[in-house]
Design a protein around this ligand. Structure first.
Ligand code: ZN
Length: 160
């Protein structure tokens, strides 16, 4: 069985800037208003017969959205960006261009790319880790990160 939360109706959104290094049009810093959808698959448990309380899923997702909201998303594992994280600033080089951004304006993420695909994987892993504390019978979480309305990437974790 699964529960579903549609971000456009449940207000799971964030706005952020990013870049896709070496991409023809997305290789410059630009932004999106992201909307995040969630499915959680598992067995209902407890006295209420919930897989997990909608409120708890939304709470976790909003916490992650808030962390990314109004920040420049920086993929720390990018093979295409030479990133140095200082106390007050983040510096990186991409395609011969140098960037120096205040640390507080950045959200540093342990991923290779801030593509919708990379963000969906990040959200799914974070959500799964936290939800397993509520219900050990959760099998999968599926997260769709939409770059605006009408296009998104889906990642299922752990995907068994
Ligand atoms: Zn983009």
């Amino acid at each position: 069985m699964k529960i579903i939360i549609e971000g456009i109706h449940a207000n799971l959104r964030f706005s952020a800037a990013h870049m896709i290094p070496e991409h023809e049009s997305c290789g410059v810093i630009h932004g999106h208003s992201y909307i995040v959808d969630v499915e959680v698959e598992g067995e209902p448990t407890g006295k209420h017969g919930f897989i997990v309380d909608f409120k708890d899923v939304k709470g976790i997702m909003r916490k992650i959205c808030k962390k990314l909201d109004h920040r420049l998303l920086v993929p720390l594992k990018s093979p295409l960006m030479d990133i140095q994280v200082g106390e007050d600033k983040v510096e990186f080089q991409v395609s011969g261009k140098e960037y120096k951004i205040p640390r507080e304006d950045c959200c540093l993420l342990p991923i290779q790319s801030t593509s919708a695909e990379g963000l969906a994987e990040y959200f799914a892993k974070e959500l799964y880790g936290e939800l397993r504390e509520y219900n050990k019978m959760i099998r999968n979480v599926k997260v769709c990160v939409n770059e605006g309305i009408g296009q998104g990437a889906i990642f299922t974790y752990p995907g068994v």
